[in-house]
Design a binder for this molecule. Structure first.
Ligand code: ZN
Length: 256
C-alpha cells in the first residue's frame, strides 16, 4: 500500500472514529452506555437515520439543525470529527504503518476526549486516565519508548505532580492541580516515556500561564474563566508526540 493511500484511508477512518469520540465526550460524563441507545437527537430523541450519521457532511447538509425538531446541533460535533480525521491522517504520515501508529492513535483519541470533557465538565474520567495508563504501559513492551521509559514516565507523571500538588495544598490551602490532572500525566507518561511527559508538563505550564496572562490583560482574570489544566495537557501531549523527540535530542545535546 502506498503512503498516499495509507494517509487517505487513515483520514477517512479518523472521521468515523471522531463520530464515536463525540459519543464518548457526550455520554461518559453522564455515565451513560456508549453502545445503547443508538445515536439520537438530544432534543427530540428521534433516532438518527444513516445519512445523519455521516461525519462532518451531515452537519453541513443539515446546516447544523435537527431535521424534525430544528434544534441546533453544536458545531463541536463536526469539529471533533474533522480534527480526529486530520489527526489520523497526520499520524499515518508521521509514524508510517505499524504498532507505534496504533499506540499513538489510541493516545490521540483519549486526549481529544479528555480535552472536551475537561473543557465542559472540569473532570477527567478514570475510565480513560487509569485505563489508558495500563494500555500505554502494555504497548510500551512492543513499541517506543520501551517499558523502562514508560514505567519511569508514568511514575514521574503521576508522582512528581502529586507531591507538588500536596506541597502547594499544604502551603496555600488551595488545590493547584487536581488528582485528575495527575492521573492524566501518568497516562501521557506511560505512552510517551519520561522525557516527553516532562516536556508535556513544561509546555502545558507555559501555555496555561500565557492564556492566564492574556485573560488578566483583557481584565477577565477571573479564576472561573481560566481553562482547566487538562485541556492544556492534551494540547501539550499532542505537541510532544508529534515533534517532541527532536526537541529532547537538541536539549540533551545542549548540556553535553
Ligand atoms: Zn431533534
Amino acid at each position: 500500500m502506498t503512503m498516499t493511500w495509507l494517509v487517505a484511508l487513515s483520514g477517512v477512518l479518523g472521521l468515523a472514529v471522531g463520530s464515536f469520540l463525540n459519543v464518548c465526550i457526550y455520554r461518559l460524563p453522564l455515565e451513560q452506555s456508549l453502545a445503547f441507545p443508538a445515536s439520537h437527537c438530544t432534543s427530540c430523541n428521534r433516532k438518527l437515520s444513516w445519512f445523519e450519521n455521516v461525519p462532518v457532511l451531515a452537519w453541513v447538509l443539515l446546516r447544523g439543525r435537527c431535521r424534525t425538531c430544528h434544534a441546533s446541533i453544536s458545531v463541536v460535533y463536526p469539529l471533533v470529527e474533522l480534527f480526529t480525521g486530520v489527526m489520523f491522517a497526520f499520524a499515518a504520515w508521521h509514524y508510517g504503518p505499524g504498532l507505534l501508529l496504533v499506540s499513538r492513535l489510541l493516545l490521540g483519541c483519549m486526549l481529544i476526549v479528555l480535552f472536551f470533557i475537561d473543557l465542559r465538565h472540569r473532570i477527567l474520567p478514570n475510565v480513560i486516565t487509569v485505563g489508558g495508563t495500563v494500555i500505554g504501559f502494555i504497548f510500551s513492551f512492543v513499541t517506543p519508548p520501551g517499558w523502562v521509559s514508560s514505567l519511569i514516565g508514568l511514575v514521574i507523571g503521576g508522582l512528581i505532580p502529586f507531591l507538588l500538588a500536596e506541597a502547594y495544598f499544604r502551603l496555600r490551602k488551595i488545590e493547584g492541580l487536581g488528582m485528575g490532572d495527575v492521573k492524566m500525566l501518568a497516562l501521557i507518561g506511560a505512552f510517551l516515556g519520561w522525557q516527553l511527559v516532562l516536556l508535556t508538563l513544561a509546555v502545558a505550564s507555559i501555555l496555561g500561564s500565557l492564556v492566564g496572562l492574556a485573560l488578566i490583560a483583557a481584565r477577565r482574570g477571573d479564576m472561573k474563566l481560566a481553562l482547566p489544566f487538562g485541556t492544556f495537557l492534551a494540547i501539550a501531549a499532542m505537541f510532544a508526540a508529534a515533534v517532541g523527540e527532536p526537541i529532547v535530542k537538541w536539549y540533551v545535546g545542549f548540556y553535553r
